[in-house]
Design a protein around this ligand. Structure first.
Ligand code: GLY
Length: 481
């Protein structure tokens, strides 16, 4: 946990922000739910406990079955959870009292978990707005529905609440939380760098073990062992595949063969639950072929170019589109596409090669806060999400401000089914040289990803040591130099 003052200050800021959304006297209450344990088979055999990220941000208590209510009218804060009984102590050992735990994050009042229901009912009976976030876990979906009287669907819908706007998750609360969590504090950046260090060590471990004749799963096990030994675990299920053209390939059942490209997209979550997320693409035999090197170099140039553009005041949508143009320019030099660059960008041709966005927010979640609504998190109010392939998947389009942490992850993929579809539908509007593309059907894919902090005057990559990324550096690192 951070110091108590961090959580006290954050809640104070939240109360101030929420107080602007409704008239004094009937501002209502904010309900936060922490996560419950998630049983893997029977109720006492659970997955590793992972606390809800917004709960962690405001209350820091990394234990299951906690809830809290903040009264926006009188400022009173109460934590709800149950003290353990002797039966629990036999299995779990002695535990601190809920009151003591609540005090450790600056909350003076505590009560049993079920007492939260009375507070919510009383607020509802008095016509007071009840603000809550859309839940990310099914247990909390059910819990919220029973606590608030909303339907199961409605607790995940987001709409205005302050003006008596109905029974659903609170748009005002979502906006307030995003406005805070999207700008990382110094203490958070420290944790992101620590998660970066573990993530980079994972990738070093993987690179040392990618060799022909080794099973992909064995490499995954070794790299995940690094983060299990030093942090909470992985920040998302590891992607490690010689079929990198499948963007999120979680199958690790192949023997590593020479001559392939291995996409490794993996990151760590440290014990404070901050994430890292890096991607490197390795030649499985240790050396790139000429053709692999040509495409790799384009992706590398795009990664560097994106980084060079990142600074406050620039929108990440602009960076995505600028990278799309650079990618097309270099693909045009290989005669894979033909035509005017701006027209190709406008027509969305880059989406055939990079059918995903350039990056996403990262923090307590690897896709930070996307449980609160992708567009609310990633788009400014004056930005509209595109429906084009690629640009439409851009999860962070906002104008950048210092403290944003985002991923920079361009990629080029040759996806036969997609190429065939575009060809049949003439979706490329005549810009793609399909004859030239034929020799890339078995190429696979390449993605190169760093995590980037927006600073007051530009940007810096997070994590202590950037992973080898130039083709020469990758080959040198794989040869043990
Ligand atoms: N790097 C994995 C993801 O962005 O989902």
């Amino acid at each position: 946990m951070f110091n108590k003052e961090v959580y006290v200050r954050r809640r104070k800021v939240l109360i101030d922000k929420m107080s602007e959304t409704a008239p004094e006297g009937n501002r209502g209450i904010v309900l936060f739910l922490g996560n419950a344990e998630a049983p893997a088979q029977y109720k006492d055999n659970c997955y590793n406990f992972r606390q809800d990220s917004s709960w962690l941000y405001f209350f820091g208590i990394d234990r299951p079955l906690y809830a809290a209510v903040i009264d926006l009218d009188d400022g009173k804060e109460t934590v709800f959870s149950d003290d353990v009984e002797i039966d629990d102590i036999i299995w779990m050992g002695p535990q601190e009292a809920v009151r003591t735990i609540a005090e450790s994050v600056g909350v003076g009042a505590s009560a049993p978990y079920n007492a939260a229901a009375d507070v919510i009912s009383s607020a509802r009976r008095s016509g007071r707005p009840v603000h809550f976030l859309p839940p990310s876990r099914y247990y909390n979906t059910i819990k919220l529905a029973s606590l608030t009287g909303c339907t199961l669907d409605a607790v995940s819908e987001v709409g205005p609440v302050s003006s008596g706007g109905g029974m659903h998750a609170s748009l005002e609360l979502v906006k307030a939380v995003i406005s805070m969590r999207i700008v990382k504090e110094d203490c958070e950046i420290e944790e992101i760098d620590k998660a970066g260090a573990i993530g980079q060590e994972m990738h070093n471990m993987a690179r040392n073990n990618v060799k022909p004749g080794v099973m992909e799963q064995e490499v995954v096990g070794k790299m995940e062992g690094v983060t299990l030994g030093k942090g909470w675990g992985v920040s998302f299920p590891t992607i490690l595949s010689q079929h990198g053209e499948t963007l999120h390939n979680h199958l690790h059942d192949k023997l590593i063969e020479p001559g392939n490209l291995m996409v490794i997209d993996a990151g760590a979550e440290n014990n404070m639950h901050y994430a890292s997320d890096f991607t490197r693409t390795l030649p499985t035999g240790g050396k790139f072929t000429k053709k692999q090197r040509e495409i790799y170099s384009i992706v590398y140039d795009c990664n560097e170019y994106a980084f060079s553009l990142i600074k406050p005041g620039v929108s990440y949508r602009y960076v995505h589109l600028s990278v799309a143009k650079k990618m097309l320019e270099e693909l045009r030099a290989l005669d894979i596409v033909r035509g005017n660059l701006d027209n190709m960008v406008e027509a969305g041709v880059a989406g055939l090669f990079m059918p995903h966005g350039l990056g996403h927010n990262m923090g307590l979640d690897v896709h930070d806060m996307e449980d609160l609504g992708e567009d609310l998190v990633g788009y400014d109010p004056d930005q509209k999400r595109s429906s084009q392939l690629g640009l439409g998947s851009l999860r962070m389009a906002r104008k950048l401000v210092p403290g944003n942490v985002i991923t920079d992850e361009p990629g080029i993929y040759f996806i036969p089914a997609l190429i065939n579809k575009w060809k049949a539908e003439k979706a490329d509007k005549g810009y793609v040289n399909y004859h030239r593309l034929e020799s890339y059907y078995n190429f696979g894919g390449i993605r190169l990803e760093d995590d980037v902090l927006v600073t007051p005057d530009g940007a810096r990559r997070t994590g202590p040591n950037r992973l080898p990324i130039t083709p020469d550096d990758v080959e040198a690192a794989m040869s043990g130099e």
